[in-house]
Design a protein around this ligand. Structure first.
Ligand SMILES: NC(=O)c1ccc[n+]([C@@H]2O[C@H](COP(=O)([O-])OP(=O)(O)OC[C@H]3O[C@@H](n4cnc5c(N)ncnc54)[C@H](OP(=O)(O)O)[C@@H]3O)[C@@H](O)[C@H]2O)c1
Length: 330
């Protein structure tokens, strides 16, 4: 099969298509003929040798944490899928390829209303956002939440999930165009962090109460203001550290207002935890995808052979939603 294999680490130019063997299947695996995969920030780090795949070491290091496609073979112990099923899947790597073999519990059916291209933009960002809002922050309808990088892949999924569940949503972005976009998703308060102090804006919007949770991807430069934004008992969920990871913390702020800081990462989690997350997510969101209340947001698509170009575009911070790599045209 054709796949983008990391034979060396470095800039986008190291992403080259190669001919490699089709992945071997275990008895609990399905073999997916991939229609599309999508980029994640982690792919940029993996390309530079800074984010190795979890063990066991794969035969070929192929980036790609998610895919959509069709089941073309299945192991003896597979019970939930039939040949020809349209699926999407969470992968430990290996998405930038024509085929992926995954345990069946890492895949789920594509809602009828979505195309396979759209479905490729769902797994990593929607699962991460779903887990951050409900499992990590334990939010309830009517709670207030501040979502950073809200026009990005994970951020735009989080805004949609939060709005659909009846939360009050404040969202930060870096441009006017992104502000309009997150408003169109239903965010109640949009903040251009380049022009406004987000902590002051959140205080004003929440009438001095603060929000029950902050979903953060920025880390270092936002920490002090994130804590200011939280209401008593609130939770800061660290999903990414785009501005850096090391920062001094004034722990007395955590005491007085009983605040919690939680971190999360999807890729390194045990299989049973991912399986539980996938099952809950698939059950609770299929209807909302079918009615259009939730929708994959695709900024643009590239051919798999143009993965390097796609990485350059993601690094530019200009995208709204996801970048999808088309592997097989419908
Ligand atoms: N923990 C996990 O399991 C997990 C899973 C998926 C992703 N992540 C992490 O979550 C983060 C977001 O991922 P994504 O897929 O949503 O990325 P994305 O679609 O590329 O969006 C990221 C956006 O963040 C904003 N940004 C970048 N650097 C910034 C900075 N220094 N300060 C403020 N804003 C900045 C930019 O938008 P503006 O124009 O609005 O600034 C950028 O477009 C990444 O760090 C990623 O590694 C973690």
């Amino acid at each position: 099969m054709k796949a983008v294999v990391l034979e060396e680490f470095g800039g986008p130019e190291v992403l080259k298509l190669r001919d490699v063997e089709t992945p071997e299947m275990g008895p609990e695996d399905i073999l997916i003929r991939i229609a599309a995969t999508a980029l994640n920030r982690a792919d940029l780090l993996e390309r530079q040798g800074l984010y190795p795949p979890p063990p066991p070491k794969p035969r070929y290091q192929i980036p790609g944490l998610e895919c959509s496609g069709t089941v073309v073979a299945k192991g003896d112990r597979v019970i939930h899928f039939a040949l020809g099923d349209r699926v999407m899947a969470l992968l430990p790597g290996g998405g930038y390829a024509e085929y992926a073999a995954v345990p069946e519990d890492m895949a789920w059916l594509v809602p009828e209303s979505l195309s396979l291209i759209e479905a490729a933009a769902v797994p990593e960002v929607f699962l991460t956002a779903f887990d951050a809002l409900w499992d990590k922050a334990q939010l309830m309808p009517q709670d207030g939440v501040l979502i950073h990088a809200a026009a990005g892949g994970v951020g735009s999924a989080a805004v949609q999930l939060a709005v659909a569940a009846g939360l009050r949503v404040a969202a930060t972005v870096g441009t006017k165009e992104k502000q309009q976009f997150v408003s169109s998703l239903g965010a109640h308060c949009t903040i251009n962090y380049r022009e406004q102090d987000f902590a002051a804006e959140v205080q004003q919007w929440s009438k001095g109460q603060g929000v029950q949770a902050v979903i953060d991807f920025i880390g270092q430069s936002y920490l002090a203001r994130n804590l200011q934004c939280l209401a008593a008992g609130g939770t800061l969920v660290i999903v990414g550290t785009l501005s850096g990871a090391e920062v001094p913390v004034n722990l007395s702020q955590l005491l007085g207002r009983r605040l919690t800081i939680r971190g999360t990462a999807l890729r390194s989690r045990p299989r049973y935890e991912k399986m539980r997350l996938i099952q809950t997510f698939a059950q609770r969101t299929a209807a909302d995808f079918n009615t259009g209340r939730l929708k994959p947001v695709i900024d643009r698509t590239f051919e798999l052979s143009d993965a390097g170009l796609a990485h350059q575009v993601m690094a530019s911070n200009q995208t709204i939603g996801k970048i999808v790599l088309i592997v097989e045209h419908p």
